[in-house]
Design a protein around this ligand. Structure first.
Ligand code: NDP
Length: 480
């Protein structure tokens, strides 16, 4: 049985859940305990005490801990990546890459601990000096999803600790094994008892109780829009600081002057990478009509050539979707698109392989319109829809015609269009001749509209969320 890490001890809750491999549902990865409300309460109290000690300790203590965590994750990325792929379903290389990247978040924020500078100013009044510096927010609740179980958690946990906060982490119940392994690495470090705590449990019970608690000072959440809304509603009751990263409906615009081979490879990776289960996935492909048929023909060929298989098997390019519920939802979207009048030109159906798992072929719609539900709602599926347009202006309009706004991309060889798009796409991230998915770890990440709420994550911009500013006025008097 895998336990929760509360108050510096590994503790059992009152029941457990099975963690099932989506590539082979006969493979039970393990049992994972579920925290009780009393255990959550005790975690909240421990965190408060530990945070005071952490905030007062020298920066090198934080630096050393974060650097050691990052280095261990990078050194063990193959082993931990395999476990991640086994429970989440992404191909082994992607699992390894995710763990390595997660390690880089820790080493990046190790360095950031030494860069905590403030501002000074003279007062408008005589004999007074002003010092403006950032202090830790306090106790931070982190609620993370299953699609990047290690990376998303790491880009929240690392800055939270770097800036002097305590962390209570509720990972997604679909991917608890990666969470326990990360907690075991963090446990080895010289941290105050209870500074970092793992509370596994369902979102509706432990997650809800955590975000409703007046004992937390901030919540960083990544997941769906409806849950994000309920997190925000709960947090505002206590004026808890919030940062929400939610869904999106990202578009890749392919212009008539695009390098078509590049456009096809960007669309393929952006739409179907991670089995389409990425908040940055390009599920809308906005294609200039003059190259539409050539683009679609090549994309269909490339899509049909993609190998769907067991996440841990060599050669697999697309693993299973994460769960039976997600597969059901994906198949419903495949049917919905056709009912709305789009043509499912390839894929989109469940398939059976040698092992029982949640497998489906990547699917492509053509003849779709931007007002169809398949182009309005986040499907989180290996499904993409082509929307034909007659001009650059129309492409830009379609890209921006969404209630989301996380990423967008353009494939063009025209400098003026590329630059105009970079300035006028209403998304938090914009890509020129790059896929909509795939971002760095040292710069801000986040979106607009329903995609994000609150300060940006990642890079030095994360300080805005994980710290609060104190302005000190000092009158030292005149030396006698
Ligand atoms: P959820 O929003 O339900 O889950 C995200 C996290 O929030 C999980 O840890 C979950 O716990 C937790 N949670 C659920 N309910 C509550 C609550 N009431 N209070 C506090 N925490 C809660 O997303 P799902 O995993 O169910 O995925 C559903 C859809 O969300 C996807 O199909 C996709 O559209 C979107 N999504 C978007 C992501 C993104 O990166 N933008 C990531 C994941 C999902 P638990 O799962 O353990 O119950």
């Amino acid at each position: 049985m895998n336990l929760n890490y509360i108050g510096g001890e590994w503790v059992a809750g009152n029941h457990s859940i099975d963690n099932i491999n989506p590539s082979d549902t006969r493979d039970v990865i393990g049992q994972f305990t579920q925290a009780t409300p009393e255990q959550l309460d005790s975690a909240l109290d421990c965190a408060r005490i530990a945070q005071r000690e952490w905030a007062q300790s020298g920066l090198e203590r934080r630096y050393n801990a974060l650097m050691a965590i990052g280095n261990e994750m990078m050194a063990r990325s193959a082993e931990l990546g395999e476990l991640l792929s086994r429970e989440e379903g992404k191909p082994k290389a992607e699992g390894k890459g995710e763990v390595y990247r997660a390690g880089q978040f820790f080493t990046y924020y190790a360095a950031e601990t030494l860069r905590q500078m403030g501002d000074t100013a003279d007062s408008v009044r005589d004999g007074i000096e002003i010092d403006v510096r950032r202090e830790a927010v306090g106790v931070v609740a982190i609620v993370s999803p299953w699609n990047f179980p290690t990376a998303t958690a790491s880009w929240k946990i690392a800055p939270a600790l770097a800036y002097g906060n305590a962390v209570i982490w509720k990972p997604a119940n679909a991917t608890p094994a990666s969470a326990v392994e990360l907690a075991k690495i963090i446990e080895k470090q010289d941290l105050p008892r209870g500074l970092f705590q793992l509370v596994m449990g369902s979102g509706s019970s432990i997650g809800q109780a955590l975000v409703e608690s007046p004992k937390i000072d901030a919540v960083s959440f990544t997941g769906s829009v409806p849950v994000g809304r309920s997190v925000a509603a709960a947090a505002v009751q206590n004026f808890t600081k919030i940062q929400l990263e939610m869904g999106s409906k990202n578009a890749l615009a392919v212009m008539d002057d695009a390098d078509l081979d590049l456009a096809v490879s960007l669309a393929l990776g952006g739409a179907f990478g991670g089995t389409g289960q990425k908040c940055t996935a390009s599920s809308r492909l906005v294609v200039h009509r003059s190259i539409h048929d050539q683009f679609v023909e090549r994309l269909v060929t490339a899509t049909d050539a993609m190998v769907v298989g067991h996440a841990l098997e060599a050669g697999t390019q697309i693993g299973p979707v994460v769960s039976a519920e997600q597969l059901q939802s994906n198949l419903e979207y495949a049917a919905l698109g056709q009912a709305e009048g789009a043509e499912l030109i390839t894929g989109g159906q469940q398939i059976e392989l040698a092992t029982p798992g949640y497998y489906m072929r990547p699917g492509l719609f053509i003849n779709s319109r931007n007002d169809m539900r398949i182009n309005r709602e986040e499907m989180f599926a290996p499904l993409a829809a082509v929307i034909a347009v007659d001009s650059y202006d129309e492409a830009l309009h379609v890209v921006n015609d969404t209630e989301f706004g996380l990423t967008s991309g353009i494939v063009t060889q025209n400098l003026a269009r590329a630059n105009h798009f970079r300035r006028n796409a209403r998304t938090g991230c914009v890509m020129v001749n790059l896929a909509t998915a795939g971002t760095d770890y040292h710069v801000p990440f986040g979106g607009r509209g329903n995609s994000s709420y609150g300060p940006r994550e990642q890079g030095s911009y994360a300080a805005e969320f994980y710290t609060t500013v104190k302005t000190a006025y000092i009158a030292c008097g005149t030396p006698s």
